[in-house]
Design a protein around this ligand. Sequence first.
Ligand SMILES: [Zn+2]
Length: 812
Amino acid sequence: MDTAKKRVGASAKHIGRQNPGVLLKKRNFPRGHLFVRPGRASGKEIIVCEIRIARKRQLLPSHKYFFSELYRPDIKSSLISSEMPHLKVFCGFSRENARRLPRNAKTGISAEGGEKLDTPSKSAILKGRIAAAGGIRRRDCDGNSQTDKIIGRRRQETMQKTKPKSALAIFVKSVAIAAAATLAPAASAGEPSPCAEPAARLEGKHIDVCALPDGRLRVLDKRGKNVFEQLVPSNKILSVSQTGQSIEICMDAGGFRAVASVKICSDSAFELVVSADSKAKMEKPLAFPPAWKMEKSDTGIYPLGTGYAFPVDMQNIPVRAKTACCGGANWSMALSAAKRGDSVLVSAVATPCDALATNEYKEGLMHTAFEWIPQKGEFGYDRKMRFFVGDGLVDAMGQYRKWREENGFVRTLEQKAEASPRVNLLRGAANVWLWDDNATNRLYARPENPNAPKRDPRKIADEMVSLGMRRVLWNNFEGETRQDCLYLQKLGFLVGKYDIYRDVLPKPLVDKAIEFRVKRSVNTKYWPDIVRIGKRGDMALAWQVHGKDGKMYYQHSVCEICAFELTKINVPKDLKNVPYDARLIDVQAQSSPVECYSKKHPATRTQSFENIALQQKFLGGLGLVRGVECGQEYFAAEYEYAEGLLSPYPFRIPDAGRRMTDRLKRSELNPEMESFMLNPKYRIPLWELAYHDCAVNYWYWGVSSCICPEIMYKFDAFDALYGYPPIYSLDVSGWNLLKEKIAESYKRVSPIAELVGFEKMTNFEYLTGDKLVQKTTFSNGASVVANFGESDYALPGGKTVRPWSFALVYDR
Ligand SMILES: [Zn+2]
């Protein structure tokens, strides 16, 4: 009771004195009025909200209560601005602040002017009040008799103290107290401190984690002296309590109860586990925990492609509003991060298959959170997150990497090369897709050009060698002959072939689709048994192909379980004919996990992803160098190279997936290519700080390094900085035209990738304030300095890095 009393006393300080002369806003409700005035409290300007409740159409002036807001001017402006049509939600507080109120209080007050004001139960009022004051620590969320007793006792004591005249009076007062008590901690913003009014608190060496009575978490980075605080949870919080070294937040998860347990797990990391009955029917996603509340000067860090950083107040940040947490190039790692001062907070998902990342602007700032989606309609299993507080991005990602090692997500290229020695040939290997000039004509039902130059792999490979290109991953969509394959291997090239298991041409389309597609769909004979079945019994659709009639037709999507089975049938057979070194499996590893409702091969999202990993393991067992489209962290332990993670979808040229041999002028490029894909101000090596030594990333083939020869140097600069070799996707005519330029690009980039490509990235720095000179450092001591600016950059020791150039340096 003492605690509760103290809170009430403390809250009174925040009730300011209004200036009755100025009225900013007045609202009339059916049973009351709201007045908003400027005021002062403790020498600070505040906003005073005054509610007058009318009962039986009479004002009760003795029940005037003042709510005060001490905080930021932006709240003040939002309060009086016409952008806040929901002002009625709670007495003039912005909607967000209203949500900070304890649930019980909010329910009453959100009745918008008093419809429920006459009938709140006393216990609800008092629960709201006491919860707001942080006075109760419950052992569980079942409302057991002990808790009731405490509430009962408090109710009695409180009633005696306040001597309310009516339930209405208690209600209004409890809301006032709740508002002040709940909002009070935010008043100290600017001066970092652990929670002033926590319901529960945990302490680590470098962090303090508290839970506020409304279910928000607040974390203090003791080193960077920054505080991160969450938005108010959108779901109903039933209790916040502490048992030993664990905070427990009990909530209504939408028809069932869930408990989030928070524990410190290292000096600067804590874990959050959401548990519930695994059989609980889940109708909609569970959005808990909420996003960390952003501030104007924060930087948001997003696993878009290999990583981007944007100021959170930048408009039109090119991330999807909602994306699978395992989202390929859309969301390559199950994390989000925010930088405030020197502090970086990484929020990571340990159970990413049934999770979504949500990106939403609130008050003009981008907020990222995660939500849990049902596993075949049920809660399914405990959902886990871990939060890392880093002294800068490199420190935070170092912690993240270590944790992912424990998760089994990490297997290095060195380890992969021990199992398959051919992987060593990937060091610095330029990835060359050498297309026949008529390949795209055949694929897209265009007339073939009879005068196109012949695709002679031996001749072109010899040219590469004579131009100095010794390290090559030679890829082909349609496959080489056995003799050509052996010839290329003798040159030291890795010889790879394209393959796909996601799509199957349905039997009914065999007569309609163009001949070339029919020939390529080798798994049609297994249709429809292998098709993934949707929730409603529908056959899932896939990539469209051209019909003989000029129309486009959907193929069907193959279930991942079946795709694995087909891989076991198809690949060994193919290898018997042509002894390839490498295989690129299209689509699967860049896709989001999906459920299959087939009776023969049902799969949860997790099982789907496990089957893709098994498929990769199988290919590795055959000694193949494994390539995937885009890739993502879930499979990083399995594949060796990925195409497309460096090139996020929104920045590629339109329809890039079908334009593998196009060449564009700079003026023909979509603006996003240079403003985002090749913009050093936004790109960061986020993936690389966790997984550089696990996989080699190439650009997407539809936007390969030679898509626009005028700016090939831009692709090269990023490749060099990140320690990756280049990719060139082109037809024979393109090769004939560009071979010298390509060899120059190769010589600029591949030697660096050969040296650092299998190394861990240990550091990333901006060397200039405009972020245009950047430096990466690798575990073998080598560093790359890339100058993306327009003027020379002088390195210590006198070496100069020219604009859009780079240098390999050793600090040792
Ligand atoms: Zn299936």
